[in-house]
Write a protein that binds this ligand. Sequence first.
Ligand SMILES: N[C@@H](CCC(=O)N[C@@H](CS)C(=O)NCC(=O)O)C(=O)O
Length: 216
Amino acid sequence: MLKLYDYWRSSAAYRVRIGLNLKGVVYQSVPVNIAPGKDEQFAPAYRAINPQMRVPALETERGLITQSLSILAWLDQTYPEPRLMPADPWAGAQVRSFATTIATDIHPLNNTSVLTRLKLEFGASEDHIGEWYRHWIKLGFAALEQQTAHHPDTPYVFGDAPTLADVMLAPQMANARRFKTDLSPFPRLVAWDEHARQHPAFIKAAPENQLDAVRS
Ligand SMILES: N[C@@H](CCC(=O)N[C@@H](CS)C(=O)NCC(=O)O)C(=O)O
């Protein structure tokens, strides 16, 4: 069985949980508590598994895959239905562009290790960290809202079924709400996220529905 190194509050792991659930793939969740003070990602046992010391990581029959986008691409190729990526190259590029804005231009700047460094090395207060966090979300979401302004009125970002774009959007929206970001400038992103979160695969993957959330 696939083994997912996971953490309930990790939005990158949340993406992979959604992908696995959409594909109907059964997996075992192995929680790695990355909360500041717990820091299980830095323990030798986990470092030996994933030298990058981050979650998610997926243990497969052929070995480990790190990086949520790589895991999701592997899932889409290994379990082709339902597709996360449109077959059409141009449509695929649009979906990948949306997803990459979140994965590479928003999320890494707000990672736990980045926030901890801002606090410990540069003396940033909780207020400053909150401002920093919201800043990168607002910048990225503003671009995505504008880029999708011409989209038809569909339930998901790119049509009638979830794609990689929705898989990336819902976890980033969860982070945005957690840090009390004003989402009023992004009505379409909010509507797509609200719709996606009604889908059983998204419900099952939600942070509050993970076993380690209950234990925290
Ligand atoms: N680019 C990676 C990001 C992974 C990542 O940064 N995960 C966070 C949790 S969302 C983490 O493990 N943080 C631990 C840390 O910063 O020390 C991916 O998409 O998988």
